[in-house]
Ligand binder design. Sequence first.
Ligand code: MEV
Length: 440
Amino acid sequence: MGHLKFVNGFSRWTKREKIAWLREHYLRNKPGSVEKLRLYWHQDEAEQALFDELIENVIGNYYLPFAIAPNFLINGEVYAVPMVTEESSVVAAASKAAKFWYRYGGFRAEVTGKIKTGHIHLIYKGNPLRLYDFFNRHKAEYLKRLKPFTERMDARGGGILSVQLEDQTLHIPGYYVIGFQFDTVDSMGANFINTVLEEWAEYMEEDYAREFGDGNLEIVLRILSNYNPSCKVRVEVQAPVESLETGMAPYEYVQRFKLAVDMARVNIFRAVTHNKGIMNGVDAVVLATGNDFRAVEAGAHAHAVRDGVYRSLSEAEVSDGIFRFGMEIPLALGTVGGMTRLHPMAQVALDILQNPSAEMLMKIVAATGLAQNFSAIHSLVTEGIQKGHMKMHLNNILRQLDATEEERRLLRDYFTNKKVHVKGVKEKLDEIRQKKDENF
Ligand code: MEV
């Protein structure tokens, strides 16, 4: 009777109606789920209304922890970096790396480009010369017609930087792309870009039909691109090898570290995991500041495979007695508009970061990604990843085992210098509980 669950007009129901329907069809044998949903509603109705309107069919709020990684020295300024993530060890790892590199002058970051892109994808079945001629004749006029949509961005020092017609017929017969380059200043610019593209496409369709009326032009897509190879930031740390205090002989350490990074440059299994470690840091700041982490993810992985082979985003080098570790990553971010200002916690995050420009945020995000990568590789080439990870994960295990405050304290003490694994924690907890029973 699965078809009884098919529903029409769901989005027009009130939140309470939606929940009643869910209870009826999906949560019948799940006592507590509906109460849990309500428990996480905001007590202040106006605050809750903001979230209710962000997306369709909202029934509750989904919490993630909002944390701080302090001591990020970036180009001489110290930042406390807000991070939102569910992974236990991520913030601890970022903080540890930030503190470590603080001693060596911190992170140097530089934005190497801020150009964003968008495209009109079309099929043209006529004589290509006619299309090129049409495009060239109308280009300046369309840029002028777009002024009402671009003047605010122009006034902020951004706008449309260039536009050109590109031949893609090698891949698909009749396929052409009108490529746009934009500077969206401090905004992520998605709405601005898409509006420009849709307007341009409309002018073009109308004019072409009026001038030729031959049905040869078909505009298929008008959309920004999340591949922004010219919207990038470079971040680096460096230190004299001899000065590195890592608990290992310095040259042995950097040699192993570099090997680990080099492996991720040639082996895709390692590369993907290596880059996932970078994205642990990147996404957490992107999310905290109300930016689009899916856009950043897609762009970063495309960059990682730019020469046809998927490689690590970061690279390590040892020369003239200096250890250098850095990466270049495309980051299309904003600090004004959209979610960055709408989400109350994103506002707090940006306040903590001293209301940075988009460029500064790019540097902070990249530094956090590199810090995360440094910590992961440091653990991997020294004690292994599980010790630190499971130490942070201990709290989650204890919660799952319903440990009391007292039991948690005892177990945290017990596992301070020991490897944490679920079986070991469970055994020790049983032992503590047994002892307690015997003492009664
Ligand atoms: C875990 O979330 C991330 C790591 O696997 C990254 C890496 O292996 O470099 C530790």
